[in-house]
Design a protein around this ligand. Structure first.
Ligand SMILES: [Zn+2]
Length: 124
């Protein structure tokens, strides 16, 4: 005998718990001002590298909010992180330089101060 009970909802095409709006609003894309911030950072980075790499500075040191320790990033990695941020809306790259020499890296603030000082010197 094959007396399986009939399922009255078998083949029902609509699952009423399916919610369509889950994909609508939650894009990771940057808003225009965030995007501009990243573009500004990229421009700063270009300026810092051209000023500082001739002085044997290999990149920037960034205090990581997740790890609570400074990370040392070479120029190329900083640039690719920022470009990823522009394209993907997030940057989770965590590949700080291996066994860095802290003397080879400066903070973002130091680099900005150096760039500003150089700019002032040029204008005088
Ligand atoms: Zn970290």
């Amino acid at each position: 005998m094959h007396d399986e009970p009939l399922d009255p909802f078998a083949g029902d095409p609509v699952d009423p718990t399916f919610v369509v709006d889950a994909v609508s609003e939650h894009s990771t894309a940057l808003n225009p001002s965030e995007r501009q911030d990243v573009l500004d950072d990229l421009a700063d980075l270009e300026a810092f590298e051209s000023l500082l790499s001739p002085r044997r500075i290999r990149g920037l040191v960034v205090d990581c909010e997740d790890c609570k320790v400074p990370h040392y990033f070479a120029w190329d990695l900083l640039r690719s992180n920022l470009k990823q941020l522009l394209e993907a809306g997030c940057s989770r790259v965590h590949e700080p330089a291996f066994n860095p020499d802290p003397n080879d890296y400066v903070s973002w603030e130091y680099a900005r101060g150096y760039a500003d000082g150089t700019q002032d010197a040029l204008e005088e």
